[in-house]
Design a protein around this ligand. Structure first.
Ligand code: ZN
Length: 408
């Protein structure tokens, strides 16, 4: 366990920012630097079947140490960091025995991690926090997950009295640009189920995410000199406005939470001749999700009836709620929940208002709930993680392996 912290600090100092504008996998060459290091680490802690493919997907095996047949399970995390914020020269800061007060990250710029704003900081009084120096993100998302999985495998390999079946680990590039699961070889991974260690605060356990689609609405206008436009001009900007006014005004991200779905208009552009609106549709409930798509079609139909063939709607499905793939194998959630409770961690089970790699993997045949890695304020300079939460993630992983062996 003592290697957990140095391992994590080592990983975050390597810049692995991914890039949505690149078509290669990994999307950035610099991700290879950490990828190669991870392969070495897996060898060093004695894992078997260690592999890395041409896309930077890393796998390894901790062999079973019992005679009976138990299901192979896996743990997955991603080693890239978000394109939203720089990861160049990450300089992690250690705050030991945290006193509950404001933490000065960057004196010159006056960047402060303040518990008056980030209230959850107060629950970590007395613990060791790892923060940024206010200039970069930290990369606990998800190098904490990577360090925790490696340390848990090392922990199991050393504490041989803990009995477990075959355990697979997987590290992926490019999760932050939505491609972490795309080239994941589920067949080669060959586990009955897995967990992504990519959640936030201590105790998080997630197996429901949004159903997601994107939509693009195009409006065709007719430009005529405004002085002579009566009865002739069609202003596509006003058509776009008419469309927006027909969307339910309260079903937007800023007015919803929990399991409430929404429409989110995130881009609009227009001239008299041509306007475009881009929006996303999100809902946990499959039926409601479909109803939202139908509503968009109805609105477009209404506009067509009034103005003619001037509107075009294109809807693309993005990802689906993994719940339908998890329900039939719900024991995999229960094992994680039990593992946490046995370690005195209160499970926090809530629907994800987004997607995870696990949702895609679940539909690729590898049911995959998400478990906390321990960090807060991902994707920015206020990102931090308590060392104690990381240690508990390690123990949770080990306990899940142990309980799986006990129950099968
Ligand atoms: Zn992540």
């Amino acid at each position: 366990m003592e290697k957990l912290l140095p391992r994590f600090l080592d990983f975050v100092r390597i810049d692995t920012q991914s890039d949505p504008n690149s078509d290669s996998t990994p999307s950035t060459d610099k991700q290879w630097v950490l990828a190669k290091k991870l392969v070495l680490e897996l060898h060093q802690i004695g894992l078997e079947e260690v592999s890395i493919d041409e896309n930077g997907y890393i796998m390894g095996t901790l062999p079973s140490n019992i005679d009976k047949e138990v299901p192979t399970i896996g743990f997955i995390s991603h080693y890239d960091t978000s394109p939203d914020f720089t990861a160049e020269n990450v300089n992690p800061q250690l705050v030991e025995n945290y006193d509950g007060g404001p933490i000065l990250l960057d004196e010159k710029e006056g960047i402060v991690l303040d518990p008056d704003y980030f209230e959850e900081l107060r629950q970590y009084v007395g613990q060791t926090l790892i923060t940024t120096d206010g200039k970069t993100l930290l990369g606990a998302d998800d190098k904490a997950g990577v360090a925790e999985i490696i340390t848990a495998m090392e922990y199991l390999a050393t504490n041989k009295e803990i009995k477990h079946g075959k355990i697979r680990v997987g590290f992926t590039p490019d999760e932050e640009i939505g491609r972490g699961a795309h080239k994941f070889d589920v067949k080669k991974f060959d586990a009955r189920w897995a967990y992504t260690i990519d959640g936030s605060e201590l105790g998080e356990l997630e197996f429901e995410n949004f159903n997601a689609a994107s939509a693009k609405v195009t409006f065709k206008g007719k430009s005529v000199h405004p002085g002579y436009a009566k009865g002739k001009m069609v202003n596509s900007i006003l058509l776009a406005n008419a469309f927006l006014s027909l969307l339910p005004p309260h079903e937007v991200p800023e007015k919803t939470d929990g399991r409430q779905g929404f429409f989110h208009v995130h881009d609009i552009s227009g001239t008299i001749e041509h306007s475009e609106i881009e929006l996303i549709i999100r809902d946990h409930d499959e039926e409601q999700f479909e109803a939202r798509k139908t509503l968009l079609q109805d609105i477009v139909q209404k506009l067509k009836e009034k103005h003619g063939d001037v509107v075009d709607l294109e809807i693309k499905d993005q990802y689906k709620n993994m719940q339908e793939k998890i329900e039939p194998v719900f024991h995999i959630v229960e094992i994680a929940e039990d593992a946490m409770m046995k370690l005195g961690i209160k499970p926090i089970i809530k629907p994800i208002r987004g997607g995870t790699d696990g949702s895609q993997l679940s539909f690729m045949g590898l049911p995959c709930p998400n478990i906390f890695a321990g960090g807060h304020n991902f994707h920015g300079k206020y990102e931090y993680i308590p060392l104690e939460s990381m240690q508990k993630a390690v123990l949770t992983i080990a306990k899940i392996c142990e309980l799986t062996a006990e129950r099968f």
